[in-house]
Design a protein around this ligand. Sequence first.
Ligand code: HEC
Length: 114
Amino acid sequence: MRSLSMVAILLGAFMWASTGAAADPELGKKVYEKKCASCHGADGKSNAKVEQALKVKIPALAGSALKPDAELLKLVSEGKKPMPSFAKSLSKDEIDAVVQYAKELATGKVAGGK
Ligand code: HEC
C-alpha cells in the first residue's frame, strides 16, 4: 500500500513538473531561434534584410515585448501582419515560453545571439 501512494505522489510531481514547464527558458530560446529570430534577429533588435524584403519596420523587442503577457500571447498566437500566426505551429507551452524569452531579450536578462 505504501509503495502505491509513493507512485501516486511521484506521478503527481511529474505531472506538475511537465505543466510547470510552460515558461521553460531553454524551450523559449529554442522556439525563438527557430521561429522568430529570422525576422526579429537573434538579439531581438530586428533583421534589416527582412525589413527591406518585406518593406516593413520590425520593432525592436526592447520596446514591444514589454506589453502585458496576455497581449503578447494573443499577438504571437494570432500574428500581426506581416508577422505570421503561430497558433497552429506552436503549442501553448511553446508560445508561453517564447513570450517569456522575448521579454528577457527585451529587458536584457539574456543577450541572445550565438
Ligand atoms: C515574418 C517575420 C516575423 C516573424 C517570423 C516573427 N515576427 Fe514578430 N513582428 C514582425 C513584424 C513585421 C512586426 C511589426 C508588426 C506591426 O506592428 O506592424 C512584429 C511585431 C512583433 C512584436 C511587437 C508587436 C507590437 O504590437 O508591438 C512582438 C512582441 C513580436 N513580433 C514577437 C515575435 C515572436 C515572439 C515571434 C516568434 C514566435 C515573432 N515575432 C515572429 C515580424 C515577424
